[in-house]
Structures are given as C-alpha cells and as structure tokens.
Write a protein that binds this ligand. Structure first.
Ligand SMILES: Nc1nc2c(ncn2[C@@H]2O[C@H](COP(=O)(O)OP(=O)(O)O)[C@@H](O)[C@H]2O)c(=O)[nH]1
Ligand SMILES: [Mg+2]
Ligand SMILES: [Zn+2]
Length: 296
C-alpha cells in the first residue's frame, strides 16, 4: 500500500511529506525521483519510507543557478506573489522578469508591498516602492505589514484557495508574512538587528497548508532568483501589454528599436505603455540573445 502525500520540502536526497493523516514524515528519494520538489504529490511507501512515484504536475517554477543550470524550486503553483518592500529595494528589472515568467508558468500574479509600516519617509531614507509602471497591468497590488498586521486579511482573502508562493529578494519579509498568516507554524526569519538584507535564512522552498484549504510556499530569497524565460515567444507571452501593440508593427519581427511603423514605440509616445516596460523587454531580449537560448 502507498500513501498519496504532498511534498513539503526537499533537503538534498530527502524530502518531508505531509501524509493523509496529517503527520509529517521524512522520506528518502531514490535517484530516479531526483526531480521531486516542494509542492509535488508523491506516492510514498510508509514502511520503507521511500517514494514510489510522482504525480504529473500542473506547472513548476524554475530558475537558473549561477552556473546557468536549470533548477526546479517548486511545483503545482496557482499564484505567485512578488514581495517588495521599501528596503531592501528590488531591482525593477526583476519585477518585469518575474511577471513574464509567471505568465509563462502559467499562474496568477500579484504584488505585495510589505513593510508598509516603513513606507513613510524617515530622514528621506525610506519610501514606498514606485509601482506606477505596473499600474496598467491587471494585477492585484496589496499593501501589507507583517509587523503590524496591516492588510493581512485582504492578502489572505486574495490568496484563498490554491497554492501561493512568495518570491522576491532576501530580506523583504516573505517568511515573516507567512509566519504572520500562520501563527501556529515556526518559520525561520532573519534575526532582529540583521535587518535581513542580503541574508537568506530560508534555504529551501517550503509548503505550509492554510486552514480552510490552500497553501503558502516560502521560497529562498536568492537575489537572481527568477522564473525562466527561454524564448522570444515566451517573452512575448510574458509581456501582454507590449504584445498587444506589437501586433500592429509594420514588421512582424520588429524589435521596437528604430524600425519604421513601430506600434510599440507609438504606444509609448502616446502614453499607453510605460517606457520602462519597453526598456525591460529589450533588456530581457538581450539576455536571451546573449545566452544563445532563443529556441523560437
Ligand atoms: N518593519 C518591518 N520589518 C519587517 C516586516 N516584515 C519583515 N520584517 C523584517 O525584515 C527582516 C527579513 O524578514 P524575513 O521574513 O526573514 O525576510 P525573507 O528573507 O524575505 O524571508 C526581518 O528582520 C524581519 O523582522 C514588516 O512588515 N515591517
Ligand atoms: Mg525567508
Ligand atoms: Zn515594433
């Protein structure tokens, strides 16, 4: 007999699974199941504490490590929340990369502005992140504070049903948010005085069941962590706001730089598309070309 279990986290060649009876069990992975990650559903032999099979995934989130190897982070994701904060600031391009990657999973996307308790300028040091370049996209943008609890009920409501992964740079408060939403759990959070910037106390993605269904997934805050985009088609799919106008460019393979009859530059000129979105698209296109990974 085998049990149908959710994979909570992966630790090298072992995983923690949630059994149907609610218990958590550490199980070893054989080589042939080497691709099992947080969020997968597996068949477990409870006696031998080993995995017998993995169910087909709806989707999975991948990133490139610093050796340019593809690494799967988590599977079966319904919603991805990009967590930003007054500090540490998130590079703008990272938001664009995340959004493009999320549309390709596919999954729903949203932006969570954490540390809203710091959003008022203090000595001109902090201010709320400027998200005006994303206002034209049909995305939920929620202002929250894990510290004061501000906005957490709206966040919970927007995330209800399905699995929700929190992504973003280390130190923005991803673990703190899940901790605030699930007081019965014990998450690893950057200690007081460390400010969390540049540190990642969360080393592997972890699945937490939410009461009333659904789940939260805490992810490691690696700075370059970003969903993969590997083709120009995926890039187009990832920028629906830009692609909508690109259909009207004179040239089908328009790169929206200096070609005549470019409808995308026209849209920027008319204020229909933020210039920053076109700039981000160009930068991402260049990384695709540079990596030679365009498999259009
Ligand atoms: N002021 C303030 N600090 C926060 C808030 N949320 C998290 N922090 C702090 O930010 C640091 C990083 O938090 P952590 O949850 O570990 O971030 P993670 O790396 O994204 O998981 C910790 O020192 C937290 O106490 C918040 O809403 N307001
Ligand atoms: Mg963390
Ligand atoms: Zn064009």
């Amino acid at each position: 007999m085998s049990l149908r279990c959710r994979v909570l986290a992966r630790y090298g060649s072992e995983i923690d699974v949630l059994r149907p009876d609610g218990g958590v069990q550490r199980v070893s992975l054989r080589r042939r199941f080497d691709d099992v990650v947080c969020g997968d559903v597996v068949a477990v032999d409870p006696v031998g504490a080993s995995v017998r099979g993995r169910e087909r995934r709806r989707n999975h989130l991948r990133r490139r490590d610093r050796f340019n190897r593809s690494k799967t982070i988590a599977a079966n994701i319904d919603r991805v929340w990009i967590v930003v904060a007054p500090r540490p600031a998130i590079p703008r391009l990272l938001i664009d990369r995340f959004l493009a990657g999320i549309r390709n999973l596919p999954a729903e996307a949203g932006i969570v502005v954490n540390k809203s308790d710091l959003a008022q300028p203090v000595d001109g040091m902090t201010s709320a992140p400027d998200l005006s370049d994303y206002a034209h996209l049909d995305l939920p943008v929620l202002r929250v504070s894990a510290r004061t609890g501000l906005g957490l009920e709206s966040f919970r409501a927007a995330a209800s049903g399905g699995s929700n992964i929190l992504v973003g740079p280390s130190g923005v408060g991803k673990s703190s948010l899940i901790q605030a939403l699930l007081p019965d759990e014990r998450l690893r959070i950057a200690g007081v005085g460390q400010s969390g910037e540049g540190r990642h106390t969360t080393t592997t993605a972890r699945w937490y069941e939410a009461r009333g269904g659904g789940a939260w997934i805490d992810s490691p805050g690696v700075r370059d962590f970003s969903p993969e985009i590997i083709s120009v088609d995926q890039l187009a799919q990832g920028f629906p706001d830009l692609s909508e106008h690109a259909a009207a460019c004179r040239f089908r393979d328009c790169t929206h730089r200096s070609e005549p009859g470019c409808a995308v530059r026209g849209a920027v000129d008319r204020g229909l598309l933020p210039a920053a979105r076109l700039a981000a698209w160009r930068e991402l296109l260049e990384t695709l070309v540079a990596d030679g990974r365009d498999r259009r």
